[in-house]
Design a protein around this ligand. Sequence first.
Ligand code: HEC
Length: 154
Amino acid sequence: MKARHARVWLAACAFALGASAHAQERGYDAASAREAWTLNCMGCHTGDAHAIPGKVPPLSNELGHFVRLPEGREFVMRVPGASNSSLSDAELANVLNWLIDTKNADTRPADFRPYTAQEIAARRRPALTDVAKHRAALVERMHKSGDTAVAEQY
Ligand code: HEC
């Protein structure tokens, strides 16, 4: 009985270590990302990051398409909700990497490089003022390149 418990315990540890090594490799710590999400983003973006039609875009599935383009990668950190949040550069990198890995797992490019605090520090400001115009131009570029997954309207 004891040996069986030990095996179960060891398997659970190996699983937890595996999951945290995976997250670390992908540039985030899940517990602090969830906390940052809950306190800074979820109020507008909903718990599971789905869209509120006509008001708030989804952050699940679609971000994986945005980050394929360098301009899209920058757009994601410069929208006001992200850029102007009280999160530090490292915390913003953490929550974005977590969003992309956990809520955009099917659409993130295989060669996605996690955001780093240095990149966020260099690019998050100034926040975009004309978000709709930037977004429309980006979506048009995606469509022209054959990637039509993201619609202009949400
Ligand atoms: C006060 C409400 C609010 C908060 C808080 C907020 N957002 Fe947003 N977010 C929006 C709205 C509204 C949009 C649509 C563009 C705009 O008007 O800024 C948006 C757009 C975005 C987009 C662009 C997606 C797209 O398809 O255009 C990203 C990425 C994003 N937010 C990330 C975040 C993150 C990460 C946080 C938390 C750090 C956050 N937002 C906090 C309301 C919010």
